[in-house]
Design a protein around this ligand. Structure first.
Ligand SMILES: Nc1nc2c(ncn2[C@@H]2O[C@H](COP(=O)(O)OP(=O)(O)OP(=O)(O)O)[C@@H](O)[C@H]2O)c(=O)[nH]1
Ligand SMILES: [Mg+2]
Length: 295
């Protein structure tokens, strides 16, 4: 059988479950997830191989009306993918109905020629009878190639979505070797895992004021231990205090939770050292953004 292959961008309003879907499809966690909006900041590439298709998914930051420098960067990361892909998956969540954010995302698709599949996520949260009217409403907003309801959390409907994608992909080469599931360096995923724990353990502006950079990543000879040193950059001294916590308790919790996940990812023992640095107003400063990996 001839191989089909191509790129599929997962776009949508923030918090609708894009990263959850990517992780489910890959059967492996490479994208961080949280119940707070604007978790994903970069384009995250994940590769799924079937016997007759190679599907290269791009998870993107949630699209929203962005003012601060970091957020503008995030939205650009998503919109940039439109013309470079074979298929766009527009994810929406069923439990909120059509949100203003969804309309905003649909506006960004106006002149796009790439086929768009509407994926209605989180159907586990709604009553069955409300699904069809919702699909009907969405179908009036845009000429979708197809509309597929799923739950990215339970996996319901995802098989059907994969079949639909396979059907639309062109014949093509294997762009990546079979065993590869992402092009992201381990250092990046480690930094993201630390950021995810901060999203889980802190609130208000803190998660949005944090950037994590892995400065050291060394395997020790002989012992199966990896030594990792990472810096958590915050924007103000007061945030540094919160992240460290009473007698270092918060930093310790972040470190413990992150270490468990990193050990699973790398299949090795990990020694994780975290430090907190103040990088004044980094999220508003283009130079600082570059320095922290947002290019
Ligand atoms: N009940 C339910 N919750 C879901 C489902 N999919 C995702 N979630 C939850 O929705 C929240 C947001 O998920 P993410 O995957 O981080 O969403 P995202 O679209 O990547 O968000 P951003 O990166 O911030 O734009 C998390 O708490 C997920 O557990 C689903 O099918 N059902
Ligand atoms: Mg995400």
């Amino acid at each position: 059988m001839e191989l089909k292959s191509g790129f599929i961008s997962i776009i949508g309003n923030t918090n609708v479950g894009k990263s959850t879907l990517l992780n489910y499809v890959l059967g492996e966690k490479i994208a961080i997830v949280s119940d707070k909006p604007q978790t994903t900041r970069n384009r995250i590439l994940g590769i799924k191989n079937n016997p007759n298709a190679q599907m290269i998914f791009l998870d993107t930051p949630g699209i929203h009306k962005a003012k601060p420098q970091l957020n503008r960067y995030m939205v650009k990361e998503a919109i940039k993918t439109y013309s470079d892909v074979d298929i766009i998956l527009l994810l929406v969540q069923a439990n909120t109905g059509i949100a203003d954010g969804d309309r905003f995302v649909i506006e960004t698709l106006e002149k796009v020629k790439t086929p768009v599949i509407l994926v209605v996520n989180k159907i586990d949260l709604i009553r069955k009878e409300s699904l069809l009217p919702l699909i009907d409403e969405f179908s009036k907003l845009y000429d979708f190639k197809s509309i597929i309801p799923i739950s990215a959390l339970s996996g319901q409907g995802v098989d059907l979505l994969i079949k639909e994608i396979e059907g639309l992909l062109p014949l093509g080469p294997k762009y990546f070797p079979e065993e590869m599931i992402t092009d992201l360096p381990e250092r990046f995923i480690v930094a993201e895992i630390i950021r995810e724990k901060i999203f889980h353990l802190t609130s208000q502006e803190i998660p949005y004021s944090v950037a994590v950079v892995v400065n050291d990543f060394k395997e020790r000879d002989g012992v199966n231990t990896i030594f990792i040193r990472a810096a958590i950059h915050v924007e103000k001294p007061s945030q540094k205090g919160i992240l460290i916590g009473k007698k270092g308790s918060m930093l310790k919790r972040i470190g413990q939770m992150a270490r468990t996940d990193i050990e699973n990812l790398l299949d090795a023992k990990v020694y994780l050292e975290l430090l907190v640095r103040v990088e004044k107003d980094w999220s508003k400063d283009i130079k600082a953004l570059r320095k922290l990996g947002y290019r």
